[in-house]
Design a protein around this ligand. Structure first.
Ligand SMILES: Nc1ncnc2c1ncn2[C@@H]1O[C@H](COP(=O)(O)OP(=O)(O)OP(=O)(O)O)[C@@H](O)[C@H]1O
Length: 326
């Protein structure tokens, strides 16, 4: 099922939770909605589900205007944070709730939990409960599945395992999926395309690779965890950054740039002092200080990483310096 949101705004009194949002999702596409707390992610999902009336704008499912259609007649599968399971009922009873004719055994097989149908929900682990909630959302055979923090409360290792299962399941079912998450790694692993939200507006839409390689703005770059962001002046293809000059393919004038941590080379140039070195498995994340400049993050292979207090000299790799739009 395709989805189209056109010009949707939601106001709560003087506060705008969504401002003029446009979004198209193709049939069978998996889209993740990312953004800081309060940026409007849940409100967007609630508008699409019919749980929140927009102040203006429209929602189309397969090109049919459903803006005034009640939630239960939109044919969507919902797995929302507040749609918790009934802990004292058994798994089958939870899945059948509101889905009388559901094939419980087949749904449990689908989410990788065969033979728990008779178990009480409160005897299942957190990860198993998430799978049951997913089975319940899939029970009406929705053509658009909407998930709000599907792996919300789980620990990192379990999330990473389940996200792979989810991705496989969505590909197999061919369901269109819109999933809200605040976890960018989860979004990258799950989605064909990402929507990054900022204060009720869409800050960027693109494939995970596009968003990672070319963040559209300083906001998106910072949200993705990049710290080496600065406003620079470009003259004749040379950018003067607080950390030294670098060749930059941009017009003369002011630009916002991002230097990837792997694009800071420790082989000559501006002198810097190592402030912090944090071991992160396959790399060491090093924070450098240059007098008068913001901190500069660099990722080094563990074998060659400098120690705190050491002096190094840095050079910026033009291939890893990106111009940001906003
Ligand atoms: N019913 C409501 N009444 C008033 N304000 C609301 C209501 N629902 C949401 N808001 C406000 O709208 C903004 C967007 O909220 P929303 O829940 O969509 O954000 P979110 O991105 O999903 O955040 P989180 O990641 O914390 O869940 C917030 O500032 C929130 O306080």
């Amino acid at each position: 099922m395709s989805l189209s949101v056109t010009g949707v705004s939601v106001r709560f009194g003087p506060h705008s939770a969504l401002s003029d949002v446009y979004l198209d999702v193709a049939d069978a596409e998996v889209v993740a909605v990312l953004g800081p707390s309060g940026s409007g992610k849940s409100t967007l999902l609630r508008v699409i589900a019919g749980l929140q009336e927009p102040s203006s704008g429209r929602v189309f499912l397969d090109d049919v205007d459903v803006t005034r259609v009640p939630p239960h007649r939109r044919g969507l599968g919902l797995m929302f944070q507040d749609g918790a399971l009934f802990p004292h009922r058994d798994v089958a009873g939870n899945i059948r709730f509101g889905n009388g004719s559901a094939d419980v055994a087949a749904l449990l097989e689908l989410v990788g939990l065969p033979s728990v149908g008779a178990r009480r929900v409160d005897t299942l682990s957190g990860g198993e409960q998430q799978r049951v909630a997913l089975a319940r959302a899939l029970a009406p055979s929705p053509r658009l599945l909407m998930l709000d923090e599907p792996l919300g409360q789980l620990d990192r290792a379990l999330r990473e395992r389940l996200v792979v299962d989810l991705r496989r399941l969505f590909v197999r079912l061919g369901t269109t999926v819109l999933a809200v998450t605040h976890d960018q790694r989860e979004a990258f692993a799950l989605a064909d395309r990402l929507v990054v939200m900022e204060s009720g507006r869409i800050a960027q839409v693109g494939t995970p690779r596009e968003v990672w390689e070319r963040p559209a703005s300083e906001f998106v770059a910072s949200f993705l965890g990049f710290t080496n962001v600065a406003r620079v002046k470009v003259v004749g293809g040379q950018a003067s950054t607080p950390w030294g000059t670098v060749a930059l393919d941009a017009t003369d004038g002011e630009h916002a740039i991002l230097v990837r941590p792997s694009g800071v080379l420790l082989d000559g140039g501006t002198e810097a002092t190592v402030d912090l070195a944090t071991f992160a498995g396959d790399r060491v994340e090093v924070l450098l200080t240059i007098p008068g400049a913001p901190p500069l993050e660099v990722h080094c292979p563990p074998a060659v990483a400098p120690e705190p207090g050491e002096t190094v000299s840095v050079r910026l790799d033009p291939a890893q310096t990106v111009v940001l739009a906003g």
